[in-house]
Structures are given as structure tokens and as C-alpha cells.
Design a protein around this ligand. Sequence first.
Ligand SMILES: Cc1cc2nc3c(=O)[nH]c(=O)nc-3n(C[C@H](O)[C@H](O)[C@H](O)COP(=O)(O)OP(=O)(O)OC[C@H]3O[C@@H](n4cnc5c(N)ncnc54)[C@H](O)[C@@H]3O)c2cc1C
Length: 390
Amino acid sequence: MSTSYWLDRTNPTNKKNYDVVIVGAGISGLSTAYWLNQEDPSLKIAIVEKNRLGFGASGRNAGFVTCGSVEHFNRLISKHGQAEALEIWRFAETNLKLLQEHIIGDQGSSIEFYKRGAYSLAAQDNEFNELKTVAKTMTTLDIPVEIFSSTEIEKNVGATNFVGGIKYLDDAETNPFLLMELMRTKIKADIFELTEAHNYLQTSEGTRILKTDNGDFECSMIIYSLNGYSPSIHPYFEDKIYATRAQILMMEKAPLFMDGPCYANFYLDYFRQMPNGALLIGGFRQLEKATEVGYSDHITPVIQNALHDFVKNHLPTLKDKPVSHRWGGIMGFSKDGQPMIGSLPTDGQVFFNGGYTGHGLGLAFHTGKRLVDLIFGRDVPAWLSARRFS
Ligand SMILES: Cc1cc2nc3c(=O)[nH]c(=O)nc-3n(C[C@H](O)[C@H](O)[C@H](O)COP(=O)(O)OP(=O)(O)OC[C@H]3O[C@@H](n4cnc5c(N)ncnc54)[C@H](O)[C@@H]3O)c2cc1C
């Protein structure tokens, strides 16, 4: 095969000039571009994506827009103290409000966005007791939550073999890909798909030249919005963000019977019924924790069978439905479970956001806003700043 001068994407005359180049076109990269646009509409922004928009976790997730943390609230309090735990919770609540105000508006039904709360279900008494403590604490802090018995759980979400649960009344769910497509329409940035970013060079004039397989991008600032893929671009992330696989199974549609999405088993497993009646279920990575790491999106029989068994055990109305889809995706788990923003210690013009630990839909839009605060010299919370790791 030969390549013409005109089609040679690495041709040096193809050098492109931008103020900011964002690497990664998932919800994080798009959110960052959105807030940069808001800050300074004159900024010339490029987003480079090695595959297609939403190829990463953003186009593969379960669509839970969690209004809270990645663990039961009492556990968050034991790690951070009540004041900071509440701040972290409110951060995610604000994420949802910002999404609604700035992106979703009256387009909710077109992106299958519903705000009807989410359940956390307990199969054992010890978890139910913990959930009841969580609900009590949250109520005193004005976080809307309700407790449900096993009978009520069966009636509301058709799930059996649970001893009870709680419902976070403000949680939402959406079609994550449609959300991103909607976000894309509100962003002024050139998106370069099929463009993998490699290393960058610093010029004597203080600009950065980002090397990609679609030629060089000269810019004043680079932002890595790569979440789980962050360690693949720079060693700084190797001990801060861990590429972690999650798998999903989907069953063919049934009449609607669930009045909200559900988590189970201490947030590790999750399922929800789509507006068309199909059931999505994910989780069980705890069964293969040591190998559910890295950048491959393959699925494994152990986890896929566990997901299917969960349906047979807890969702009897679906037990005979055929499986329609199975897939995997790469999440970015941070060292302490919270997202992080910052700039590289070796280069103050290279920023990043990521580490959503399986909850980027509930965190990335607000995190993008706070990254822009950081870039423009405004304060950011200590628990969000990557400096907490240094
Ligand atoms: C199966 C699964 C279920 C999940 N469920 C939920 C859920 O219900 N709710 C929730 O809140 N979160 C969920 N998550 C997590 C959520 O999807 C992520 O936190 C979020 O999508 C991260 O967005 P991002 O834009 O930071 O990263 P990504 O969406 O992963 O985007 C990063 C992009 O960078 C690109 N890229 C990588 N390397 C390069 C390079 N060198 N050059 C250019 N581009 C590059 C990738 O192709 C990718 O498109 C789930 C994740 C998975 C995998």
C-alpha cells in the first residue's frame, strides 16, 4: 500500500494550531470543553480521540446518574468526616443540577433521562441495617431518602430475595450516549476522531506540540481527559488512576415493571430496566478482581454467568428472557475513590481530570467545571485536587 502526500495525516504541513487540545472524547473531555467555552468563548479548542466519540466508558456505561458517592454514606463519613462527606455528596448533586440546567433542559425524554430515584438493595440483614443507619444520617442532613421493606422492594422493582433497601430520591438515569451527543451539540470545539495522542514536546516559545497519528497539534495547553486510559499517556498517573474493567449483560425487553434503577451488594452490582423494557445488569467484578484490570474490553464467562445467575435469582420475571448484548468497558479507579483534577508536576500547562471510580456520569460534568476553575486560578476543594496524593 502506498500513501499519497494529500492523505498522509502525519504530513508536517498538516500542523494544526489551537489554544487548548483536550485528549479523550468521553463525557469528561466534552464537559471540559463545555466549561472552557463558557469561560472564554474565543478559545480555539480541539478534542482528539483515538477512536470515536464515546468509545471509552462514556459510551458503555449503565446510565446511572448517581447523586452521591461510590459507597454507602456512613463509609464516606468514616473516611472523610461528616463535613467533607457531605461536600462530596453535594458535589454530585450539583453535577446533576448543572447537567439539567446546561445540557438537558427540556430534552430529557429525547435522551431517555428520568429522575425517579435509585434503590440500594440489601440481600443480607447486615447490609440492610447499614442502609437504615445511612438513611437516618442522610435524613438529618436533608438528603432525601426512603426506607423500603422486602415486600415493597418486590412490588416496586420486581426483585426478590432482598431483605429491604433504601431509595435515594434525587438520583437519575439516562442513555449515556445520547447525553453525550446532546452535549456535543452545545460545544464549540473541533473533534478529531481516529486520532491517537502520543507524547508532546515543549517549544522554546512556550507552546506545546502534541504528537498524534493525525499530525502535530500546536497549542498553549493540553488537557488529558482520559480517565481509565490516563496511565497509558503519562507515568504520573500510574500510581493514581487504575484501569479497571466492568462488564454488562443485557436481556431482551419485557413489560415495564421497575420504578427505578437499583444497586445491590454495597454498590458493587447494579441493574435497571430501559424505557423499552430491556434489562441491563452489571457488576460482579469482585469475582475476578485481580484480572479485571487493564485496557481490554473483553468479557469473561465467570462474570457473565454471575450476572445471569443474579437475574435468575432476583428477577424471576426475566429468568427465561434471552440475552441480547454483553460488553465490557474501562473505568478509572482512583487511589481513594474520589475524582481528581490537576496539572502535571513537571508541566503546569498540562492539566487533567479523571479517576471517577465507576461514577463519571454522576461526577464528570461538575469536575470539568472545577478543572476550569483551577485553570483560571480559582480555588478547588482539597479532596478533588490531585495534590492530595503528593
Ligand atoms: C460497564 C461500565 C458501567 C458503568 N456504569 C456507570 C454508571 O451507571 N454511572 C456512572 O456514573 N458511571 C458509570 N461508569 C463509569 C463511567 O462510564 C466513566 O466514569 C465515564 O464514562 C468516564 O468518562 P471519561 O470521559 O473520563 O472517560 P472515557 O469515556 O473512558 O473516555 C476516554 C476516551 O479517551 C480515548 N483515548 C484513550 N487514549 C487516547 C489517546 N492516547 N489519544 C486520544 N484518545 C484516547 C478513549 O478512546 C476514550 O474514548 C461505568 C463504566 C463502565 C465501563
